[in-house]
Design a binder for this molecule. Sequence first.
Ligand code: ADP
Length: 482
Amino acid sequence: MKTEDTNKWEYAPSLEGTKHIQLKEKYDLFIDGKWVKPNADRYFASINPANEEKLADIAWASESDVDLAVKAARRAYVDVWSKMKASDRAKYIFRIARLMQERAREFAVIETLDGGKPIRESRDIDVPLACNHFFYYAGWADKLQDAFPNRSVESLGVAGQIIPWNFPLLMAAWKIAPALAAGNTVVLKPAETTSLTALKLAEIIEESGLPPGVVNIVTGHGDTGAAIVNHPDIDKIAFTGSTAVGKLIQKATAGTRKKVSLELGGKSANIVLEDAPMDQAVEGIVNGIFFNQGHVCCAGSRLYVQESVADELVRKLKQRMQSLYVGNPLDKNTDIGAINSKEQLETIEKYVQIGIKEGAEMFQVECEVPTKGFYCRPTIFTNVAQSSVIAQEEIFGPVLTIQTFRTIDEVIQKANNSPYGLAAGVWTDKGSRIFNLTSKLRAGVVWANTYNKFDPASPFGGYKESGFGREGGLHGLEAYLK
Ligand code: ADP
């Protein structure tokens, strides 16, 4: 049935089953190939943001647990992994990819339960891309010399890796796969609200027969992350998360031998020129900001649309937003799931209030949302000033600011007027305009007539306060080599 006022189809619920997944009540730390209780015997709850129910208790690692993990990683590096034939290392990485693929459905459901993202996304994006990363880097493991001809390549040693909650399994894959392929061992910490798929990955790693200590998963909060960053026997820190924590990490590692790569926040510009295919652009904008509740560092959160087509585009966008489904992330009809945590929902709501106070015009879809859990309706702001807080600061939610422009020079200047530089999008019919803009936009990734597309072979990373270093492709491999 289609309702007349919103032009929205009413679908019967289509819930993904949860009976096939296996979750323990309590998860310990995965150190040296074994499940180890945290020294301080501290645990914290991981909850399902869609209904606020507890999923499991997770170990909270302290400095001494991190030390155990680093020692295990060092032993594994010196005694086993660095001595192993590269083609054998490749086989292990390949095996992890295959095992993940076999359990893809379980991973997708757990990712959705723990993080709040729609099952369609975890099933079609997060899990397949995570598997692809392992496959891709398994292929490079015994071809490092071919990857960097005329250079002598050497692994770094022990890599400390800290990841955020927006793509928990995928970020673990982005970090672990290239590190192992380059011959390093790993201590990885997932984000405190989304530890479960990293722990499931630990189960697969165990099953794969990977030598003990090559990958260690330590769960916990910021203090656990800081213990990794400050550990003297770590050779490389790879971090994805907020710019604030990224700055702390850079300070803490300054003057040490640690090699660092940081993938931080973003406020990416999505630019629609007057000759763009409007309907496709609307889909791209929706995908760019409402995808994964806007929990994407490279979300297209600032829209710049050429003045002559602005009215038409905003009208179409509002119409499209009316047909988005906000609700139970396990429902296959859902477009926008739950916000990852109560704190994050409060942050988003704070920015929405700031936008209203700043005098911007708000449009929010008036759909029903579940009463339990953390939900946010898709929101756009028009009449936004370039200097306004909502156009400058990262909101990390389904909130889009819209500004207009007249000339290409003007939009380049506006798009680049941001402390961030992670990604951008350009929508136009003309290839020459794409090349002109992509060469002038200060962003690590620029998508043309599409948005939020990822591939293991293509590097990803930022300019300015969005960080430095690249992940993915050969660049991602280089980050783990001397
Ligand atoms: P977000 O704002 O997206 O939650 P954070 O930067 O706070 O991003 O978190 C990203 C990751 O960094 C998480 O795994 C978190 O536990 C970890 N973390 C938080 N504070 C610190 C810190 N001081 N040092 C190292 N890691 C930290």
